[in-house]
Ligand binder design. Structure first.
Ligand SMILES: Nc1ncnc2c1ncn2[C@@H]1O[C@H](COP(=O)(O)OP(=O)(O)OP(=O)(O)O)[C@@H](O)[C@H]1O
Length: 276
């Protein structure tokens, strides 16, 4: 039995799943109830616990909002999932077999976890379509990527992804000329080019117009289902509008979890967060 088999979630939970297909080592196994399993994660910085026994599960296809006051541990949680920060304790599995605490950031991205950071980092001098071409190419250099002609299937994928984020009519427009909101959607499209199963989105609506916020809410709802989407956001109205399950972090642990209307009436949450 190899190391990965030893850590299989079905064996950890002793769930018998007869007749499932064989998963090769390193392959994502989405056969369990959840896509992401974070259990009892602790992260300390100089003795201060940024995450403190955090346990969180994300189902395939779900849209989850993570809220919490400044310093609650939201970014640290995302950093643990993407391999940027290693926990001192706890387990973090992607699907049944992939132990994220033992994988590099590149391996984690390759396994199907994409993250969109708060600030857009599109290539402003390239068109929207070229930005997606570069995102699809991953590690290759800009020059190498853009001089190689795309095949029909790649062109279709770029157009389909631009269409998903509502930017098909900006296909040949340079990214630098897009509005702030459009840049954010383009960057979501760039992450989608890597075909993530889990999409992590940091504060997507900061600086957006009201219309852009509404469009972003629709987009995230549309992406859920095919992807699991985890959104860290401060804006309560936005979270209410996407009406997903909400997890409230406080001092590095889960304070409350559930539907927004339940969470916002929870006295503990009112005290530490909504009442601020
Ligand atoms: N690299 C680090 N070194 C030391 N302390 C850190 C480091 N990263 C985070 N922290 C501390 O850990 C705690 C959690 O930070 P984190 O950024 O995860 O919170 P957050 O919920 O994302 O906050 P915000 O809403 O302000 O972005 C904070 O007190 C922060 O100062």
């Amino acid at each position: 039995m190899n190391l990965r088999d030893t850590f299989r979630r079905d064996r950890v939970f002793d769930v018998v799943r007869p007749g499932t297909r064989t998963i090769k080592p390193g392959e994502l196994d989405t056969g369990g109830k959840y896509l992401l399993y974070m259990e009892n994660i602790t992260v300390s910085f100089d003795g201060f616990k940024a995450l403190n026994d955090l346990t969180l599960y994300i189902e395939p296809g779900e849209l989850r909002c993570i809220i919490g006051p400044n310093g609650a541990g939201k970014s640290t949680m995302m950093d643990v999932i993407t391999g940027k920060t290693r926990p001192d304790q706890g387990t973090c599995f992607f699907g049944q077999t992939l132990d994220l605490t033992r994988m590099s950031e590149t391996e984690i991205a390759g396994a199907g976890i994409g993250r969109k950071f708060q600030k857009p980092t599109v290539f402003p001098e390239h068109t929207a379509a070229e930005n997606l071409e570069l995102a699809m190419a991953g590690q290759k250099t800009t020059w190498h990527t853009l001089v190689h002609p795309l095949n029909g299937e790649q062109r279709d994928r770029i157009a389909a992804t631009l269409n998903t984020v509502g930017l098909l009519d900006r296909h040949d427009h340079v990214a630098g000329a897009l509005s702030h909101g459009q840049k954010q959607w383009l960057e979501i499209a760039m992450v989608l080019m890597q075909q993530p199963k889990l999409l992590l989105v940091d504060e997507p609506i900061a600086g957006m117009t009201r219309q852009e916020v509404e469009r972003t809410a629709e987009l995230l709802q549309q992406l859920a289902g095919e992807h699991s989407v985890v959104v860290v956001e401060h804006d309560m109205e936005f979270i209410r509008s996407i009406a997903s399950t909400v997890t409230v972090l406080h001092q590095g642990s889960v304070l409350a979890e559930g539907k927004m209307q339940d969470v916002q009436n929870d006295p503990k949450v009112i005290e530490v967060y909504l009442g601020e």
